[in-house]
Design a protein around this ligand. Structure first.
Ligand SMILES: [Zn+2]
Length: 252
């Protein structure tokens, strides 16, 4: 049965989601005992380092290593730089994915299923390099703040409202922009593994190794990465479902 999500102005306990309306600032949550102050004024939510002093690398690193903690510490007001962060990160992901996609396409279309007549040598490599960059760029565009992130935020908001969680699309969207960081290590790892495989293959270390093993391995990798990223997304949404709006000088 669906429940009614609290309104955007309700003050919720950051610990358990109890509605703290009417309680004094020095009081405690009747449900879990957490101080009202730690949910209202000192709730530990701030703008990201990228929004405060344009520190992209620190923000990226933080959201890769500790996404749930980062989501628990992010202010929930929107900020224009969140879109910029997502774009920068998606371009980085495309660059990390590029060698892997290029080598993968070359292997599939020359060794496993030589469908196209692609010339050998430099022109062939350039063809794969071009397509290998186009695919991750297209993926990045589909995942961008105006397209994929917007759609996922809208669906998450609907789902949250059904279960009675306060997850306005703008807040979800904000966190998703920073969660694009999660694609960086997976794209890098995928490219490294594909490069290693191709290196071992060309060096003759994998004699009589059927190519479909490679495809099974790659499929397993994609499934593991997708499950891990989805689990991170669910935990991050849990970290903002009781978040309260706080005043911060850098928010707009
Ligand atoms: Zn509580």
């Amino acid at each position: 049965m669906s429940r009614v999500a609290p309104s955007i102005d309700d003050l919720l306990c950051e610990g358990c989601g109890y509605n703290l309306a009417g309680l004094p600032p020095d009081g405690a949550c009747p449900e879990c005992g957490r101080s009202v102050r730690s949910s209202a004024i000192d709730n530990g939510r701030h703008a990201t380092p990228y929004e405060i002093d344009r520190n992209y690398r620190a923000t990226l690193f933080r959201w890769i290593i500790a996404p749930t903690r980062s989501a628990r510490g992010i202010s929930v007001g929107t900020h224009p730089r969140e879109n910029r962060f997502a774009w920068r990160t998606l371009i980085l992901v495309a660059c990390f994915a590029w060698p892997g996609v290029m080598l993968h396409l070359r292997f599939v279309f020359t060794s496993i299923s030589p469908l196209w007549r692609i010339p050998d040598g430099l022109s062939g490599w350039l063809t794969f390099a071009g397509i290998g960059m186009l695919i991750p760029m297209l993926g990045g565009f589909l995942m961008s703040p105006g397209v994929g992130i917007r759609l996922i935020a809208w669906l998450t908001s609907l789902e949250g409202a059904y279960w009675g969680y306060r997850l306005p699309a703008a807040r979800v969207r904000r966190v998703l922009c920073y969660l694009t960081s999660q694609f960086v290590p997976w794209a890098g790892l995928a490219s490294c593994l594909i490069m290693l495989y191709m290196l071992l293959r060309t060096q003759g270390h994998l004699p009589d190794h059927p190519p479909h093993w490679y495809l099974y391995g790659l499929s397993a990798f994609v499934v593991i990465a997708s499950v891990a990223i989805f689990a991170t997304y669910v935990r991050a949404m849990g970290a903002i479902r009781y978040a309260n709006q706080t005043q911060s000088p850098v928010e707009s």
